[in-house]
Design a protein around this ligand. Sequence first.
Ligand SMILES: [Zn+2]
Length: 440
Amino acid sequence: MRTLIRRADVFDGKSTRLREQVNIVIEDNLIREIVPGDVPAENFEAVYDAKGYTVIPGLVDAHVHLSWHSTELDRMRVDEVAVRAARVAEIMLLKGFTTVRDAGGLTYGVKKCIDGGIIPGPRVFPSNAYISQTCGHGDGRSSRAQSVLPGDRPISPFLLSGASVIADGVPEMLKAAREQLFLGASQIKLMAGGGFSSRYDPIRTLQFSLEEMRAAVGAAEDFGTYVMAHIYTPAAMRRAAQAGVKSFEHATFIDEETARVIQDQGIWICPCPQFGGEPSEEGAPAPKPPTSKPPNPYDTEYIEKSRNPEQATELINRFNLPIVFGTDVGFSLEFIAAGQLKDFRAYKKRFGSHKGLVSATGAAHELLKLSTSQNPYPQGKIGVLTAGAFADLLFVRGNPAEDLAILADRGNIAFIMKDGRVYKDLNTSARSDSSPDKPQ
Ligand SMILES: [Zn+2]
């Protein structure tokens, strides 16, 4: 099938200037060429008119959980998790996220159903289960009464589901990492420090020894890929950097010394503003992460003293650290509705509109390349609009490279195409003979 998009002002994922009034020529699911001038419409089965819109690459959220949300998983059966994940996948796609990097959970089956056309959803770069130490951020047991049965058999529904794998020591870490690679993990996700949503690990805890993390990095690198790590504190970041971790998730309490280490080693930061405690709307109160964690005065004092989004922003900008857009939304539907697109306001405020938009497109393109042979979608480019890219694109009212807050309102996204197929179209079809399915 040949598709033409006419009169497009194109943001290619990186440039500061748009390519104005060009034609995007699509064959099946790939962009063949982007050319100026007149292209005769007769040779195409579908023609769309982008006049009045900016055409941008489909958005990439580099930190989501399609099928995980806090400790609620410990109160759900697996079929409920799967149904929720299917709904979440569709919602994300209809917000314009045509690709997500899943930062851990029960992802294998959801991804397979999306890729197989059974349910609508974004492309998924899966970590599959995230790996945690016992009593770490991924030890999702909701009660201390949930001891582990003889033979290492957990009684927690959460641990039994396989969304998280507990590994202690180098041999268990190697096995856990390789098991995720077996399931097609495009990267390995470690929980490398305390979290806000887990009950029994204070924020300042260091999780995984250097040797354990090095084992995971080695297993990932042997398969051509890398480790991403949930991480908040400078001490945890320095240990993870030493182990060779390539993507820091949150990095909320970054200090100058750590910023230098991150710069030296070219580590990516996915700041996930919601969990940095920043309001995504002007004047709104700082969001509280979903948590069942009892307050810990030792943590509270540290967080109050150390949380300084302005300083973190200043360091990221001053050291020009590579960032990607990530929201950390899990499968609370309210949370996705409130947070996923609205975080573009926070990115605009922290990093500026152009860098913020690049973080969700061209920068994500670079990050996702780190998966090399574990890339589940090697046939096309992701996060950019050039020849050879997948036909994943949006029509947006206004220019989000100049005002990123435009993207906070999904009403400004008039047209969503993923893999050459249209999922949302507010009347831009100049002519479409074989109109692709529209799910709503
Ligand atoms: Zn996360």
